[in-house]
Ligand binder design. Sequence first.
Ligand code: HEC
Length: 339
Amino acid sequence: MAIVERFGRAVSTRCRKFRWIAVNETSCTRSSGGKRGNAWLGILAGMMGSCGMVLYFLDESSVKAFGELEISLPKYPWAFNGVFKSFDHAALRRGWLIYRTVCHTCHSLQFVRFSHLIDVTHTIEEVQDGPDDKGNYYTRPGKLSDFVPSPYPNEEAARAANFGAYPPDLTYMILTRKRGLDYVFSLLTGWMDPPAGIAMPNDQYFNAYFSGGFTTMPRTFYDGMVEYDDDTPATESQMAKDVVEFLMWTASCEHDERKIMTLKCLGIFLILILSVGHVNRRNWSHMRSRCIAYVPQSVTRDPRLAEAPSLVQRSARECKRSSTTTTTTTTGGGTPSIR
Ligand code: HEC
């Protein structure tokens, strides 16, 4: 309550001061010419503001709308996008399975090591060498520190196998496209017949969400094409959602840690701000709320002026009234007395 009162008093004092300055200035300088100038300035500011608003809301999609035909991306509610939300690791595991069985035929994931998958999609036992169920020791073909091998030895080989188109690396794909999550999900579920009257080029497929409509990437998903080990029904949209979540993880694997660290930092920051504010108030409040009233020596020392003591008291009272907790009264150059 005390803080609110204090704040209110501060605001009203500022307002009073401002009004005083404004009244004084206008009474001195205002003329009819000045008024007209101010009106023009207001109109100019208004015009600039509205132009800014129009430019702000005119993004590139509205510019494109005149030239080429473009479908707008739907907005999907990604569960891990909330402030307190993390990746669903079961979905990441399913996403890896989809990448491994479907996308890996054409796309590389060249910045992900097998060791990155430990405790994210797989347990350490699932990826390291060791004896199998019958006790026979086996070694895996790769080491844990290896990058996920690419399907083609180089870009030329990839192009040769895909009618000249290069299937890009998928590690950072979600971040390299605008609204990547929604885009890749829509792309993976967006194959359809081309609109009537549009001829389909050879070795190309129509996808409404691919820029230009035609792509060399064939339709990838059919209901039930993989079998999840957690018995989730493998529908087309389920597979697309899982692989997109997995690709989001490959693009920003620090996602969960980043959120936890941000929350921790905010908590620490809040505690610091509160304690610094408290210490600042405790150390300086007596200085900020002190009021020094000056009563000239001629008044206090002059025996003829009978009202002198009452004058000192009055100024002290006035100080107190205007938000003081401590009052210092300087009487005629002597040491200030604090009440
Ligand atoms: C048969 C090969 C093949 C498979 C399988 C395949 N892709 Fe592709 N993909 C391509 C080719 C080729 C391109 C380049 C398309 C083009 O430029 O016309 C491409 C492009 C892409 C793009 C980039 C689109 C863009 O905006 O440039 C994404 C994203 C993508 N694929 C995701 C996937 C995912 C996810 C999977 C697995 C579910 C997958 N692809 C499976 C061949 C494939």
